[in-house]
Design a protein around this ligand. Structure first.
Ligand code: APR
Length: 225
């Protein structure tokens, strides 16, 4: 079966990584405009590099949970396109070979001058020279607010071909990801939401499974056969 899955911060919550909009979420302790916009990076690159260095260290110390592992299993049994809004690498470390990181990845670095990408060091400094052009214009390869998400053509196509679309651990607050369910539904997919509580776009789904992802995702994957 052709299945497209979108994951959000909720799938990594039980691995110990903070989500964004919970009471103790990342956006409660940082201003988005300071650490997740190109303007914030231009204003204070040290602050931004520190913010992502901290998240990179936390992600490296975290372990994949049964929800990540269940999606890796799903890819062996079905034609799965796995899209994530997350920038951690827990899907890969949980066994997923192909993961579409639409918001970029903590383990990748980008040169704002020449556009080249490479594996990010654990700690990135503003003064690090780009390994390709030598300029001190390196940044985390993260898609910030106001920037275009990556791989959108591939994602729209996967949504149009999906027989099942599942959104896992995302609050449905940020577009274009929050609009994926409508795109999949228009193409006839059955749309299901697996979340701790109803998301902002819950009404767009055919059905919902509420509960912690480490329990609901393995059960859902098992139910698909
Ligand atoms: N199991 C399942 N769902 C969970 C769990 C859990 N253990 N814990 C939390 N959730 C759910 C919450 O109910 C919430 O709906 O995960 C969702 C997390 O929502 P957000 O914190 O808004 O994260 P996300 O939807 O991934 O944010 C999307 O916004 O700030 C940007 O770029 C950032 O990629 C991020 C995007």
């Amino acid at each position: 079966m052709r299945i497209t899955v979108l994951t959000g911060a909720g799938i990594s919550a039980e691995s110990g990584l903070a989500t964004f909009r919970a009471s103790d979420g990342l956006w409660e302790n940082h201003h988005i405009e300071d650490v997740a916009t190109p303007e914030g990076f231009a204003r204070d690159p040290e602050l931004v590099q520190r913010f992502y260095n901290e998240r990179r260290a936390k992600a490296a110390a975290a372990k994949p949970n049964p929800a990540h592992e269940a999606l890796a299993w799903l890819a062996r049994e079905h034609d799965l396109t796995l899209v994530t809004q997350n920038v951690d690498d827990l899907h890969e470390r949980g066994g997923s070979a192909q993961v579409i990181h639409m918001h970029g990845s903590l383990v990748r670095a980008l040169c704002a001058a020449c556009g080249q990408r490479w594996d990010a060091p654990m700690v990135m400094n503003v003064t690090d020279p780009c390994p390709f052009c030598g300029k001190q214009a390196t940044r985390p390869d993260i898609v910030w607010f106001g920037e275009m998400p990556y791989f959108m053509e591939q994602i729209w196509e996967a949504l149009e071909q999906a027989e099942i679309f599942a959104a896992i651990g995302t609050s449905g607050n940020v577009y274009p990801a929050a609009g994926f369910v409508q795109h999949a539904a228009r193409s006839g997919a059955e749309c299901i939401e697996l979340n701790l509580d109803a998301s902002a776009n819950a009404h767009d789904f055919d059905r919902r499974i509420l509960g912690p992802a480490s329990q609901t995702v393995p059960e859902w994957v098992a139910s698909l056969g």
